[in-house]
Design a protein around this ligand. Structure first.
Ligand code: PMP
Length: 393
């Protein structure tokens, strides 16, 4: 088949969706007013579809830190961590994150995507086995593929299924890595982490958790699920991102295994890309301080999340299994999802519209996400918009 012919059927399928305005695949934020308000298509909207869980993107301390770093260190590093892109601030942030997790080692990557790619493909190779939860994020899949290791998927949040598969590996379980997430990005549910820890211990395997959506959201000091489950010492590798609760760009892997540092010399996603800009690192460092001390932010985040989850449940929406800052309304057809999404936007509310394969179980989703910056009045608005939507049905 000629190279470009494969796009014809894909573009045909998308034509109908692309005719809808505003463009669902490229919603343009024309102006940001605050962590929760923006302008889209000439109208002011309330944002309930970001990953700004702590609402720190406009925080004064974070802004000041970023401005200072730009003035003192410039707009970009123009190089890899292995060459000219390794500034003192990158190392300091690694230390801050290691301290957060009471770990000895941490590596900062350029994005959360690359943290997963670089960690997984650095740790595992041909002959090793990667066991991943069926709902794991694309960056985890891609890291597994890049590694060349054997990939086994186990049923979502099912330690028994994992145990069965580790059993079948016999002695090879010793060269295996199990990968789960703290809060899952699409349905917002949490992993049964204690059970997974027991399982990996029983089989002498290793365990990695991606805390992308749980950093800052769970735990007294905001570590994530490892803190709530009290298994920080038993999880081998913790990855995460700066692009959600920390309101910046970048990613990390923290561990007590000294071998983590060896990844710096063999991980292509670490070596062959430029390091995060000084301002990204500076704002992430400032946000990390606020995150650790951010009990009050988490309290509001959970108060608002529980409220909206209960409200949508009462209205009859089919939701993910547990309340949390990621609330997924599962819909039957793409047309229904699209209709609801555009209606919400017209009413001044932005949420994420997710189609398979990005959503699990082949279902279109409205992914609604809450921020600690949402106040009671904004939550009244969000609840009212959904009530109106259901009354108009
Ligand atoms: N892990 C998970 C679970 C994610 O949802 C995401 C981003 N949505 C990433 C990693 C990648 O993070 P980043 O945006 O920093 O590349």
């Amino acid at each position: 088949m000629p190279l470009l012919d494969k796009f014809s059927s894909f573009l045909e399928e998308r034509k109908q969706l692309l005719s809808v305005k505003p463009d669902i695949f490229g919603t343009k934020i024309e102006k940001m007013y605050s962590a929760t308000e923006a302008s889209i298509d000439g109208h002011k909207v309330l944002l309930a579809g970001t990953n700004n869980y702590l609402g720190l993107t406009f925080n004064k301390e974070c802004l000041d830190a970023a401005h200072k770093a730009i003035d003192e260190e410039g707009t970009g590093t123009t190089g890899s961590r292995m060459a000219n892109g390794n500034y003192s601030s990158h190392r300091e942030l690694e230390k801050d994150l290691a301290d957060l997790y009471h770990c000895n080692h941490c590596i900062v990557f350029s994005t959360g995507y690359q943290a997963n790619l670089g960690t997984i493909s650095g740790l595992a190779g041909t002959g090793d086995v990667l066991l991943i939860d069926a709902h794991c994020h694309a960056s985890i899949y891609d890291g597994c593929k890049l590694s060349g290791a054997e990939i086994i998927r186990f049923r979502h949040n099912d330690p028994d299924d994992l145990s069965k598969r580790l059993n079948r590996l016999g002695d090879r379980a010793k060269s295996s890595l199990v990968i789960v997430e703290g809060i899952y990005s699409m349905l917002g549910d949490t992993a049964p982490l204690k059970e997974f820890v027991e399982c990996k211990k029983q089989h002498n395997s290793y365990l990695m958790i991606d805390e992308a959506h749980s950093l800052g959201v769970l735990g007294d000091t905001g570590q994530g699920l490892v803190e709530v489950a009290d298994v920080g010492k038993d999880v081998d590798f913790i990855t995460g991102t700066f692009s959600k609760s920390l309101g910046s760009i970048g990613g990390y892997c923290a561990s007590n295994h000294s071998q983590l540092d060896a990844i710096r010399y063999m991980s292509r996603p670490y070596i062959f890309t430029a390091s995060p800009s000084p301002s990204n690192i500076a704002s992430a460092r400032a946000a990390l301080v606020l995150l650790k001390e951010g009990k009050h932010l988490r309290e509001n985040l959970w108060k608002q999340s529980n409220r909206l989850y209960a409200h949508l449940q009462n209205l009859g929406f089919k939701l993910g299994p547990e309340p949390g800052p990621v609330i997924a309304a599962q819909l039957e057809t793409p047309e229904e999802a699209l209709h609801i999404w555009t209606t919400l936007l017209k009413k001044g509310l932005y949420v994420n519209l997710i189609f398979p394969p990005a959503s699990p179980q082949n279902m279109p989703l409205l992914r609604i996400s809450i921020s600690a910056a949402h106040d009671d009045k904004q939550m009244d608005f969000i609840c009212n918009v959904f009530t109106e939507l259901m009354n108009e049905k």
